[in-house]
Write a protein that binds this ligand. Structure first.
Ligand SMILES: C[S@@+](CC[C@H](N)C(=O)[O-])C[C@H]1O[C@@H](n2cnc3c(N)ncnc32)[C@H](O)[C@@H]1O
Length: 427
């Protein structure tokens, strides 16, 4: 089902492919993020139990100018992981940018599909083990229909990484969208609308809620595409925790992670024991809602999910064979951030949250290199006179704490090397 708003949405992303990227920047940096980070997919979607040697068929639905496609394809190529990443989007302008970025990196494990994700059911595509859909469902005429389309090509045992806008963290956005529609109706050409938005931004009253909102920056840092996407979008809606939870449950999905889990925990926000006693009586979804409404700074919800009943058998992070790995950091760097009282302060979109860690964190973390098993780390510590029990106690506290900020995860098991015929195809 398409409508006027959808036709305008299509025109927007032709005029301003999102996000605004310059392929020449690929020589300088790799943009990483969530969802779609290979370590997160291994850990949160497959429970670190799917062998790295098994080819991974990934779909990036609504891939835009290519961020998630590039991250995943690059990480897979670097790690020598077989499989392919399929970029799919309607926008030919976004396709051009994404392809130039991939070419700049010499990536050969990407398949390009310019079409609507709503046409996936009954198509020749799939099945996919991992489907990433970041910042797309909330623009569709019917997000549930979009989810169903994705699920139609999800392989058994596969999972999704989704991002949708969050209600409270976008405070100020929708009132400004309402105002801008009066000055530049959606039926005007994208270029003319952007000109109006730029003029308004020059005179944005100092009391405008958007100015007070530090969680949304697309109008400041996202170039023309970011400004348009945030303030002139023909259709976007935001979800609060219960709404997103209902949407996912309605399509038979079960969430394996709300990223980052610590954001959705109200306990660190309310040290008052009476309040904590009350929090303990709340249902999980109510606790998350409380965190969302108290902090007010979650501008988008990122979730990993699988079909309910198909959640992976999670590798045991405390078992001797588990291989812990730091995500986008090193054990040494985490240690640098630990204060004298064994606490590290995590900054979550401007919110400073204390995270108490085991006193043994500075001894253990430098040994985490993404290759050593928990058993091997324990053996090294034993050779330094640290008993197995002390290590186990410390690890049982340390791993969940750092997992809750998505910095310490479990690596996929190496597995059996696939025969040549199962190696990547790539387009
Ligand atoms: C806000 S951008 C997100 C791009 C990218 N996923 C990211 O997060 O950087 C939304 C993208 O969804 C695409 N899109 C919207 N509706 C679509 C549909 N029905 N089928 C495929 N792509 C669609 C747009 O063309 C656009 O590139």
């Amino acid at each position: 089902m398409t409508d006027h708003a959808d036709a305008r949405l299509q025109a927007q992303y032709e005029a301003y492919p999102y996000p605004q990227r310059d392929p020449r920047d690929e020589a300088k940096r790799l943009i990483t993020g969530s969802p779609g980070h290979l370590l997160e997919v291994d850990h949160w979607v497959f429970g670190a139990s799917r062998p790295a040697s098994r080819p991974l068929r990934a779909l990036i639905a609504g891939g835009g100018s290519g961020d998630a496609t590039i991250i995943l394809a690059q990480q897979m190529a670097k790690a020598g992981r077989s499989g392919s990443v399929t970029w799919l989007d309607r926008s030919s302008a976004a396709l051009k940018v994404a392809q130039s970025r991939a070419a700049a990196r010499g990536l050969t494990n990407i398949v390009w599909e310019q079409r609507s994700l709503l046409d996936l059911p009954g198509s020749d595509l799939g099945p996919f083990d991992y489907i990433d859909c970041c910042g797309v469902l909330h623009h569709l005429p019917d997000p549930a229909e979009g989810l169903r389309a994705l699920l139609s090509v999800l392989a058994p045992g596969g999972g999704l990484g989704l991002m949708v806008y969050a209600r409270y963290g976008r405070t100020g956005v929708y009132m400004l969208q309402d105002g801008l529609r009066l000055l530049t109706p959606p039926d005007q050409e994208p270029e003319a609308r952007l000109d109006v938005a730029r003029r308004v931004m020059k005179h944005l009253p100092e009391t405008a809620w958007l100015r007070a909102n530090r969680s949304v920056t697309d109008h400041l840092k996202g170039g023309d595409a970011g400004l348009y996407d945030l303030l002139l979008n023909p259709r976007d809606r935001a979800f609060d925790v219960p709404e997103l939870s209902d949407l996912l449950a309605g399509e038979g999905l079960s969430v394996t992670c709300w990223v980052e889990p610590l954001r959705y925990d109200p306990v660190p926000l309310l040290p008052d024991p009476r309040l904590r006693a009350r929090i303990a009586t709340l249902a999980p979804i109510e606790r998350m809602t409380l965190a969302e409404t108290l902090a007010g700074n979650i501008a988008s919800h990122i979730v990993y999910c699988t079909r309910a009943g198909e959640a992976p058998v999670r590798a045991d992070p405390f078992g001797p064979d588990a291989v812990p790995v730091c995500r986008e950091t090193t054990g040494e760097d985490i240690v640098k951030g630990i204060q004298a009282n064994n606490t590290m302060f995590v900054i979550l979109d401007g919110l400073r949250v204390p995270l108490p860690l085991s006193p043994m964190a500075p001894t253990i973390l430098p040994l985490v290199d993404g290759k050593r098993t928990v058993g091997e780390i324990g053996a090294i510590l034993a050779s330094r006179g640290i008993g197995a029990e002390a290590f186990e106690r410390a690890w049982r506290a340390l791993f969940p704490a750092l997992e809750s900020i998505n910095r310490l995860l479990l690596a996929a098991p190496v597995g059996v090397v696939a025969p040549a015929s199962a190696q990547p195809t790539g387009a």
